[in-house]
Design a protein around this ligand. Structure first.
Ligand SMILES: NC(=O)c1ccc[n+]([C@@H]2O[C@H](COP(=O)([O-])OP(=O)(O)OC[C@H]3O[C@@H](n4cnc5c(N)ncnc54)[C@H](OP(=O)(O)O)[C@@H]3O)[C@@H](O)[C@H]2O)c1
Length: 362
């Protein structure tokens, strides 16, 4: 595995040899000292975050390829807010939602903590290892089960709270590197640069050797420059759409302009990476994504719907990136587990600065 981020190449993953691919005998499940019950933030009906409650639940049990993690801190994101409110309504028809009520009792995805028990096929972690990663549900709890493939050793230079903010960098990395195909010397626009994903996107794009333009509100301008933006656009005073085609890549984290307007600032072969929500309460971004796919058949511009794919290789890339001092998470606010609803209400306002974290254990 690469350990340095001296060159843009270091943001590309190197295949990790997993112990279970090496012919080593499988170990039986390892179990640390795990209680029978845990405290968890529960989600029994859709609504504003005050529908969340704190309950005592049975301890989850890891499957053969899963790990039970004692959660020290979890990231609260706008994506979690969508799941809790059940809006756009279409989300209720996906595995993240459920009809007529939420399918997943405990929300929460990004987290950092300690390995508490291992499924029988998991050979590359040990009880007590400090890890971080992203799951599809369950992180707002004292313990969570996570697929081993979506976990990695946590950055050692960070606190657990800071490490819980790093999984959003996976979104930024994959949007820039994989969907955007960003190359050194190219010009990239980050729309929505000051939030959880955008704050990473600015730093990663800079590390990839790009010329970074960050779109944000006035209170974030100085921080964007500190993170590496060459140019900053205050969206309350200036419109990035005026100025003509000039960006090789646009990473859109807001979806506040039409596709035609975004395309108007792209070079003829530039890439528009659509990460954001937006859209109506019913279908959210899905309608826009269909238009994007159809439009992409008729242009040399690369119009890319984006869905992050959390995985251990990219967690390793980002751990090395952070531990080598090339970037830091910006944790704006921390909330105790009992105040998870306040954390989610904060991100739900749509103007979070960097990341919001729920502290769960020391
Ligand atoms: N597709 C995927 O796999 C994936 C994964 C993760 C996230 N996402 C999506 O990516 C988007 C961003 O996520 P996030 O976690 O970074 O959200 P976030 O932390 O809430 O940040 C959003 C940022 O947008 C800024 N903003 C609001 N209005 C703006 C405007 N008119 N122009 C420019 N910036 C504006 C806000 O800053 P100000 O206070 O300065 O306005 C805020 O910091 C969300 O839609 C989320 O659902 C998608």
């Amino acid at each position: 595995m690469k350990t340095a981020l001296a060159a843009p190449d270091a943001l590309h993953p190197v295949a990790e040899k997993r112990a279970d691919e090496s012919g080593a005998p499988k170990r039986p499940a390892q179990v640390g000292s795990v209680p029978g019950v845990m405290k968890a933030v529960t989600h029994r009906r859709y609504g504003e975050p005050e529908v969340l409650a704190l309950e005592t639940l049975a301890m989850p049990v890891p499957g053969p390829d899963e790990v039970l993690v004692q959660v020290c801190a979890a990231g609260a994101s706008i994506g979690d807010h969508h799941i809790i409110t059940g809006k756009p309504y279409l989300i209720r028809a996906t595995p993240f939602g459920g009809l007529p009520r939420p399918r997943n009792l405990v929300p929460g995805s990004a987290m950092a903590g300690r390995v508490a028990a291992l499924g029988q096929n998991v050979t590359d972690f040990a009880v007590g290892d400090e890890v971080y990663g992203e799951t599809t549900r369950g992180a707002f709890a004292e313990y969570v089960v996570v697929a081993a493939a979506k976990l990695g050793p946590r950055p050692t230079s960070l606190s657990f709270e800071e490490a819980a903010a790093v999984p959003w960098a996976v979104t930024a990395l994959q949007a820039l590197r994989d969907s955007g195909g960003l190359k050194p010397g190219q010009k990239v626009l980050i729309n929505g640069a000051s939030g959880a994903v955008g704050s990473w996107a600015v730093q990663l794009a800079k590390a990839m050797g790009a010329h970074v333009t960050a779109v944000c509100s006035p209170r974030n301008l100085a921080r964007m420059r500190e993170l590496g933006a060459t140019d900053v656009i205050d969206y309350t005073k200036e419109d990035f759409v005026t100025g003509g085609p000039r960006f090789d890549v646009v990473v859109d984290l807001v979806a506040n302009r039409s596709l035609t307007e975004f395309r108007s600032v792209l070079t003829p072969t530039g890439a528009y990476v659509a990460c954001a929500g937006g859209g109506s309460d019913w279908v959210g971004p899905f309608g826009r994504l269909i238009v994007l796919l159809v439009m992409s058949l008729f242009t040399k511009q690369r119009l890319k719907p984006f869905v992050a794919n959390p995985n251990r290789q990219d967690l390793a890339v980002l751990r090395d990136f952070v531990d080598s001092g090339k970037a830091r998470p910006f944790v704006e606010r921390r909330f105790p587990m009992a105040e998870a609803a306040r954390a989610l209400a904060h991100v739900g306002e749509g103007h979070a600065q960097g990341s919001t974290v729920i502290t769960i254990a020391g």
